[in-house]
Design a protein around this ligand. Structure first.
Ligand code: ARG
Length: 569
């Protein structure tokens, strides 16, 4: 596909001697196409060139020359250079690319040969899979698909929280009262109950606490009973988590959790020790980070057991060696910002190549605020994700029951819409913002929502079906798509790959979510302003092709976010 931005950047770069990549970043697509198809804000160069934007614009305009058939005109407006693409060139470029690439539209090879580890979801066994883990799951899985689309080799890691002193307690509780609980039927709830009970006992009785500590030590040393009970907790928990992953259709390449590193941490300790970085403080072993204005990174607790941070340090070494990563991305709530800062700072001492340190990225996200009142995230009545997703489905089912009672396959469709709505809501804002979880907002078929985007997609499908149309690029007359509304859709489709790149650059799936709403809205205007079926054949075919292209891009984009498209709704 012709990269118009690239062509423009090339000319500006030649004229100014500034790097093309820098110029490329500055080129915009104006919202109002009266301002041209692409715009260059000259003020961005004012400092470097020591000239006023207006002067830069005039100089550039005189110096630039394009091969024929690309740029029709260049206008200067308020220090911006506005470029208008020649006639149908843009339309032709976009639709031919759609025709060539079909479901591969938007793919790129910029990531070829590069490995990206994405650590996401990572719930803790024997504890509820809570709404914060849902965010991590949804954001991480979207990033996985986005990077993959750009050609990166992605490794999705579920760094399960399956280790730590709490398991010593759980083992003790199970040993005492295991037979009273039905952990096979309802593992997470029952294990939580056992945990609360043993914890209370520990608070009252120091001797029990000592036994718990012992259990963890025994677990670390491979004691048969402790290991077998721990394995059971792990398996039952994972089975439970899998239900949610199945509903969300989320997958992982590795399930190496914290326990996986139990025999690999000594290396970390030895290296830090060898560099004299380990200090003992109040019985614990720490790395002092006061020079970086941070509290210390705790490597061993006062009872000698290793920590969450030690396991993360060990995981960094393992991932560097095993995956030779370019980026190692962690998706967690912002509550862990300090943890990762400490871990990344400490990792600098592990004798790893610089690229592995530079590749460490924490991708934090905000909390979930449930507007429904009855659910709380932080403590107390924690909601179960499986129930939450089922509620989304049943709410959609009800809406559909009243809207189109005779529709077939309602269950299947409601699943795609309900789960899609939850995912979309999760991804629609910059991730660091707290998310508002409100059923009415996310299930509004006319809002900026998943269901709206799906609805427009279904619209494109039904138009094509109704016309019995089979998309053929040879039937398209590009001059029939010159109206403002058509052009808006075409430009939006043109911007798809750039949108994916931006989303990956910033690790922000919302950029794609917003793009999709923009495309759905542009199509909606196109559809309202243009008659499609019943028009003269070449107009009808051209408009139907654009309809097909829109549906295709909506679907590819939704799938990147982890959302499935229904065929009907
Ligand atoms: N299990 C942790 C939690 O639930 C998240 C783990 C994130 N990944 C990591 N490598 N630390 O908070």
């Amino acid at each position: 596909m012709i990269d118009f931005k690239e062509k423009i950047a090339e000319q500006i770069s030649l004229a100014t001697n500034l790097p093309k990549s820098e110029i490329y970043e500055y080129i915009e697509v104006p919202a109002d196409s009266k301002m041209g198809d692409f715009a260059f804000p000259c003020f961005k160069l004012a400092k470097e060139l020591k000239q006023a934007p207006q002067v830069i614009a005039e100089n550039l305009k005189n110096k630039m020359s394009f091969e024929s058939g690309i740029i029709k005109e260049i206008n200067i407006v308020n220090g911006f250079l506005n470029f208008t693409i020649e006639g149908t060139t843009l339309t032709e470029t976009v639709l031919k690319e759609i025709n060539d690439k079909e479901e591969h539209y938007g793919e790129s090879n910029i990531g070829n040969g590069k490995n990206i580890v994405i650590d996401y979801s990572s719930p803790n066994i024997a504890k509820p899979f809570h709404i914060g883990h849902l965010r991590s799951t949804v954001i991480g899985s979207a990033l996985y698909k986005i990077y993959k689309k750009l050609g990166y080799n992605c490794i999705g890691v579920n760094h399960i929280g399956d280790y730590g002193t709490q398991f010593g307690k759980l083992i003790e509780g199970y040993k005492r009262w295991g037979s009273e609980y039905h952990i096979e039927d309802n593992p997470i709830d029952e294990l939580t109950k056992i945990y609360v009970r043993i914890n209370n006992l520990c608070n009252d009785d120091e001797a029990v606490l000592e036994q718990c500590r012992n259990n963890f030590k025994k677990l670390e040393d491979g004691d048969e009973y402790c290991v077998s009970v721990w394995k059971k907790f792990r398996e039952l928990s994972l089975k439970e988590f899998q239900k949610v992953y199945d509903m969300l259709q989320v997958e992982f390449d590795s399930w190496n959790g914290e326990a996986f590193y139990s025999d690999k941490m000594q290396e970390v300790i030895d290296i830090l020790q060898g560099k004299n970085l380990l200090v003992s403080s109040e019985g614990a072993t720490i790395v002092d980070l006061s020079e970086q204005d941070m509290p210390p990174c705790i490597i061993k607790k006062s009872n000698g057991s290793t920590t969450y941070a030690t396991r993360d340090l060990s995981a960094i070494m393992y991932r560097a060696r095993t995956y030779d990563y370019d980026k190692n991305i962690y998706v967690t709530s912002y509550e862990q910002i300090l943890h990762f800062k400490q871990v990344f700072a400490t990792a600098k001492n592990l004798n790893l190549e610089d690229k592995y340190i530079e590749g460490l990225v924490h991708v934090p996200f905000g909390m979930v605020q449930l507007k429904t009142g009855k659910m709380s995230t932080r403590e107390g009545n924690i909601i179960k994700l499986e129930e939450l997703l089922n509620e989304a489905i049943s709410r959609v089912n009800k809406i559909m029951q009243s809207k189109s009672p005779e529709m077939e396959n309602k269950e299947e469709i409601a699943k795609k819409i309900g789960i899609g709505a939850v995912i979309f809501n999760d991804l629609y804002n910059s991730r660091i913002k707290d998310e508002i979880f409100d059923w009415d907002t996310m299930l509004n078929f006319n809002g900026e929502t998943g269901p709206y985007m799906q609805y427009i997609y279904v619209r494109t499908k039904s138009l094509i079906d109704k016309a019995g149309y089979i998309p053929k690029i040879t039937d398209v007359n590009f001059t029939k798509l010159e109206d403002e509304a058509s052009k808006k859709v075409i430009k939006q489709i043109y911007n798809f790959q750039d949108t994916i790149k931006q989303s990956a650059d910033k690790n922000e799936p919302y950029i794609i979510a917003r793009y999709l709403i923009g495309l759905a809205q542009a199509f909606s205007s196109f559809y309202n302003e243009n008659k499609i079926i019943g028009e003269e054949q070449s107009i009808q075919d051209s408009r139907l092709y654009l309809t097909y292209a829109t549906g295709l891009v909506l679907k590819i984009g939704a799938n990147l976010l982890g959302i499935q498209m229904p065929d009907k709704m």
